[in-house]
Design a binder for this molecule. Structure first.
Ligand code: SF4
Length: 97
């Protein structure tokens, strides 16, 4: 009989092959400073985005490649976020689907 894992436990089984360069970039930090809602912070399930003093910080190494941040930024934010998939052989490796 298989054990049912919580979402947090399932996410904890993921593995990451981090690249040296971020696949998530900000075109202009000033756009983020004037972004009222900062929806990237709210929608990311991996908490990749956080506000640090006067700029947005991106912990791209933890990215789950969901893409919700791109949609949120472009629909509700200031369209500052450039989102790409990580380069080949980098990024998240899901173990539990
Ligand atoms: S939603 Fe876009 S513009 Fe707003 S803080 Fe996040 S990355 Fe910057």
């Amino acid at each position: 009989m298989s054990e049912t894992l919580t979402v947090a436990a399932r996410l904890g089984t993921n593995r990451f092959a981090s690249d040296k360069q971020s696949h998530l970039t900000i075109s202009d930090p000033n756009l983020c400073r004037t972004c009222t809602l900062q929806p990237c912070i709210a929608v990311c399930p991996a908490q990749v985005y956080h506000w640090d003093g006067d700029q947005i910080r991106i912990s791209y190494e933890n990215c789950l490649e969901v893409g919700a941040c791109r949609i949120a930024c472009h629909e509700l934010g200031r369209q500052a976020l450039a989102w790409r998939l990580p380069r080949g052989a980098h990024g998240v490796l899901y173990r539990q689907g």
